[in-house]
Design a protein around this ligand. Sequence first.
Ligand code: SER
Length: 441
Amino acid sequence: MHWTIEHIERVFLGYMEANGHAVIEGHSVRSPTDDVLFTTAGMHPLTPYLHGDEEHAAGKRLSDVQRCVRTTDIDEVGDDTHLTVFEMLGNWSIGDYFKETSIPQSFGLLTGEFGIDPHSLYVTVFAGDGDVPADDEAPRIWEATFHKAGVDPAGRINPLGADDNWWSNGPVGLCGPDTEIFVYVGDGPAPAFADRPEFVEIWNNVFMTYFRSDDGELRELAQRNVDTGMGLERLAMFLNEHTSVWETDELALLLERVGAALEVDTVGLDGEGTRSLRIVTDHLRAALVIAAAGIYPSASQQGYVLRKLIRRAVRYAELLRGHDRDLAAVTTDASERVAEVMGKRWPDVGPTESGQRAREVVEKEASKFARTLAKGVQHLAKDAESGETFTGELAFTLADTHGYPAELSAEEAARIGMPIAPDWESRYDELREQQRARSRG
Ligand code: SER
């Protein structure tokens, strides 16, 4: 059976609705609080309700699809699973049901609606740490749930420590023990459960019952909450038996469209080329979402993330294309194609006012940066011709006067075969530090 993104969303929300959850709208990717820049998890906009400070107008059982932005893993983007913007399917009990409902409910959705063989399910539970004792309820409920489905629970329920089974949204704030659900996707009988790629984590049920304050102290909340999150793209990958999120319908179509805009042969790409194309696509998709949320490129905070994403998109477009075409034009063309595909499901990046503005923001920043790159590249080519070495001084001049970032100029220098001074980086850092000191002056 083929699972489209829309179908998965419908099945998830329909099931949660049938189980008494109100379906609510996801929040903007712009964080509702000041402690982080973006909405990074489905629970994030629900913080006041999970805290017990406010009552949600839609009730105590909620469900939604939340677009999230995570930039901590930006260097991993381009692999099979990491995306800067991803969607999280979530359901919440705000001081309503607890583990005894949440666990069989999740199991029922996976094995019933999504048709996953219960024999392929494995879970982890919280083994306890110095602060909080082991969760002995979740394993009991899991055991009963497996038994009821006629599955021997032996080896399926695995207690792990706080690194794996304690969830928090940063060092301070709401937190609690969780149980994570994995599917075994390997061939033949499953080996003992372990941290290996054949066990794919698909769902996290957090029993959000604690709050950690600034001074590190942990206190129990007055209400017991459940917060679950399941990555939509990864679920789509798994249900359609793909090995990469980039093989799922929408993302595969994006790669094809971006590849066409860049005029690269997407089928013939090697590993590095594939990675570059995924980065351009991911970053343009994320940049459009962030810009559509009303953010503009700038030197700090959300604006800086947006700028960095657009610049990286241009840079990786350059790696794929070289300089034989107008980089700004191809990046803009690529971003329009991304907006066209994504706009079908995400109206804010489609043919709406916010979508229009987002495309303009991307175009403007991409054009500016493409000019910078072109100048920097020409500069380096001349230097190389006259036999110069790539030094910290040169990297500094290029960055300072032309805005050509040092990590990019160093890469380009290596690519065109310039000799590179082994201490260029430390020298570059020194010069930057001196400049900072001068401007502090
Ligand atoms: N907050 C948890 C997570 O992000 C579950 O939704 O994984």
